[in-house]
Design a protein around this ligand. Structure first.
Ligand SMILES: *Cc1c(COP(=O)(O)O)cnc(C)c1O
Length: 390
């Protein structure tokens, strides 16, 4: 009997080792990894360049409180702000915590700096923002809220890519709009350029803050450092986590200079957030992406993969569509995704679902073309096998 709470529907594989694009189970089976720890281990498993720098940090200092100045935290903040339109960073330990910080910062800015009694955050259907009480309330999926009443006030959820619905939702209480530019958990749905332009207009017209949740899309996943850089916007707050630490838990927000005073001393904080060990993993991750030209690689391999998948979709009626950017790809099936995921796993290729009918592919940036080709061939076999048994 397991002594863990049964809150995860776990796959029956006991993973004990990872190297590059592969994972190994206890029985010695090797798996090709198109999960990457859910867009976390973007540089592959145990990436040598990150490992070397983290080992140096392990020998020097693991943790000290945010009561002190932490040079490596300053370095990561400098790096993240140089890569974005933001000027200030705050570090935490997860995506949900980053979104919590963003909501707190937006509300406090409106209430204390702008002196306006605004608190409502507009979010979107099928979104995913985390599992804390505020972030599950922000999430546009009923299943994550079930049984957790009472939920905090101040969140309104409207249909995604629907300009009229968004316009209608803005009131004198609205404080910010928060969205994923490609909805990850909700089915790999990109925001249309037209919709994002509309959001930009609404924010300017009503003086609203724009929060982009880049927990999954950020740190190169879509072929740019951040997904918002595919659009003509400059968000006020960017939330970051998954790919930032190559597997070490670290989250962050980056925000514009005018928000700085809203987080005056004592207003927000966390014990572990931005500790030297976590920041060493982040700095090494960012430098490795830069040194190896991984953004161009993600763009190229993503285009290659999507082209192949579109070719497969053209030939098959059991694929409805292919969506995504860079190495964040969704394949919508005509039927359930779970049996296909299971079949692929039997063939030692790991991938995810995003909703009942969508396969989600999030390979590490180090994936090779021949590994993509193998996944394509295995996917076709899995689809054949599943379709035959229906
Ligand atoms: C995973 C995810 C989160 C939550 O991150 P945790 O680290 O699990 O708290 C929030 N937003 C998006 C878009 C995510 O993909």
């Amino acid at each position: 009997m397991s002594h863990l709470f049964p809150n995860y529907g776990r796959w029956p594989i006991r993973i004990i080792k990872g190297e590059g694009n592969y994972l190994w189970d206890e029985a010695g089976n090797r798996y090709l990894d198109f999960v990457a720890g859910i867009a976390v281990t973007s540089l592959g498993n145990v990436p040598p360049q990150v490992k070397a720098k983290v080992q140096e940090q392990l020998d020097t200092l693991w943790h000290c409180s945010n009561l002190f100045e932490i040079p490596v935290q300053e370095q990561v903040a400098e790096k993240l702000t140089s890569l974005t339109c933001g000027n200030r960073a705050f570090f935490c330990n997860s995506g949900a915590e980053a979104n919590e910080a963003a909501v707190k910062l937006a509300r406090r800015y409106m209430q204390k700096i702008k002196q306006q009694p605004r608190y409502e955050i507009i979010t979107f259907k099928q979104s995913f923002h985390g599992r804390t009480l505020a972030t599950l309330t922000a999430t546009g999926q009923a299943k994550v809220k079930d049984g957790f009443d009472p939920l905090p006030e101040g969140f309104v959820t409207v249909p995604y890519n629907d300009k009229e619905a968004l316009t209608a939702a803005v009131t004198e209480k609205t404080c910010a709009i928060m969205l994923e530019l490609i909805q990850g958990e909700g089915g790999v749905h990109p925001a249309s350029t037209e919709f994002v332009d509309h959001i930009k207009g609404i924010c300017a017209e009503h003086g609203l803050l724009l929060i982009v949740d880049e927990v999954q899309t950020g740190i190169g996943r879509t072929g740019k450092w951040f997904a918002y850089q595919h659009y003509d916007i400059e968000p006020d707050i960017i939330t970051i986590a998954k790919g930032l630490g190559s597997g070490f838990p670290i989250g962050a927000i980056v925000g514009k200079e005018e928000l700085a005073e809203a987080f005056s001393p004592g207003t927000h904080g966390t014990t572990f957030g931005g500790n030297p060990l976590a920041c060493a993993t982040a700095l090494a991750t960012l430098e490795t992406i830069e040194d190896n030209g991984y953004l161009a690689r993600v763009e190229e391999l993503g285009a290659y993969f999507i082209k192949k998948l579109n070719g497969l979709a053209d030939r098959r009626t059991d694929i409805v569509g292919v969506r995504g950017k860079g190495l964040m790809i969704g394949v919508e099936l005509a039927s359930e995704a779970a049996p296909v995921v299971a079949k692929m796993r039997e063939s030692h290729i790991l991938l995810l679902q995003a909703g009942p009918n969508v396969l989600r592919l999030l390979p590490p940036f180090t994936i090779e073309k021949d590994e993509i080709d193998l996944a394509m061939q295995t996917l076709e076999e899995a689809l054949d096998a599943v379709t035959q048994t229906v």
